[in-house]
Design a protein around this ligand. Sequence first.
Ligand code: AMP
Ligand code: ZN
Length: 483
Amino acid sequence: MSVRFYNTLTRAVEPLEPQEEGHVRMYTCGPTVYDRAHIGNFRAFTWEDLLRRYLKWRGYRVTQVMNLTDVDDRTIQAAVDRGVGLSEVTAPVTEAFFEDWETLGLESVEENPRATEHVPQMIELVRQLEERGLTYEKDGSVYFAIDRFPGYGRLANLDPESLLTGGRVEGDENYSKENPRDFVLWKGGARGHEGEVAVWDSPWGPGRPGWHLECSAMAMEYLGETLDIHTGGVDNIFPHHVNEIAQSEGATGRPFARLWLHAEHLLSEGEKMSKSLGNFYTLESLLERGYRPSAIRYLLLSAHYRTQLNFTLDGLKDADRAVGRLFEFQRRIRDAASLADRGSRDGDLVELASRWREAFTEALDDDLNASDALGVTFVMVREANLALDAADGAGAGALEALEGAVDDFDSVFGVLDLRAREETVDSADLREWIEERIAARAAARAERDFARSDAIRDELLEAGIALEDGPSGTRWKLRSETD
Ligand code: AMP
Ligand code: ZN
């Protein structure tokens, strides 16, 4: 069977059929860089990373574009509130965002266009819509007339007649519309409260683009008129993606995206994790509490993307243990590989690895079923561990097959590489801490404060570190049972 996904547009599971064979063009709605992203946002981005890695593992070339919304109501409001320019708000938030991105082991995507750098393309798109008679202008703003676009709202299963505005509507109420359900393409006219924070010249006078317009213009600029896959969170379906479709298809007359994939929310205390509810965690705050990126990544990927996932610290601890089990297995295989050729269960283990690969692929081919893919992986780990215990090792062929399975697993899930990185950092941090304690003890001794120097020695002993004072200074070693 081939790779297939649930398409929000058709409400059916459909095969992936890229327009160009073997090459997937994918657009991902990126962050609004007004404030640090929380791990709810990162559930969407981490799932999109899983999707990307899986497609690559299945042999596709992937061209993925993820925008940065660096001008919209929220970014402008933040700049106005703080009395600074737009980029003073967006530049540090963007930097922090990509730091988190890397910490979670997300791969760089091919393009990260910024909205502020694509205003000419947005203006051009509005002009095309204008030429096709789908817009009207009022007081310097341009609106999309939804009743002139047949099929408006199909993605969200909306009945255009009974449609009410909802979701994030960009303060449209401040602008004069013919039909309250129309949405704004270009925001012009008197926008006193925004001052000069974000103003571009346009055929309709000075103004700035609407949020929906940004994604349509940037997606088509980099990926052409029809995308193979468009992704986002379920909260993007309406109005954002509905309006992206209207703008793009209204201008080109061609389908905008073949497959629309939407991830469900990360919940916290039973509700969508969000800034406005205050029930959110940032990655930084979890790291400060000592949780590891690999566990956070694992937790975010552990449920099927179309089911809600409730975030708890207990869940995070379980995730950490799960990563630990996989990591230990990987180590065991690698260590055993150096002593190979002792066992007799080669055939069984090679067969186990190949059955795993089949089941893993089957799970992920089926609408990226990550929880099943993890399930079959743990079955393999358990069976392999039992076999290795029983035979006291295994032959080179078997170990190679198992190592290949674990490597394949991690090229898709990306948690073991992260864990390996953490172990290195952990030990570097530990070394630094020990050196600092030894220096503090030396200082205490120089001041003849022996109570303090003894306390530091005990503190280190407690942490499993023994000190040896010699003529060339103090050396440390891991404490053995006899120390
Ligand atoms: P924003 O920065 O608000 O434009 O959101 C960026 C991405 O995060 C969008 O794809 C949203 O759908 C997604 N998102 C926001 N909150 C959550 C949540 N609690 N769980 C999962 N995804 C979310
Ligand atoms: Zn978007």
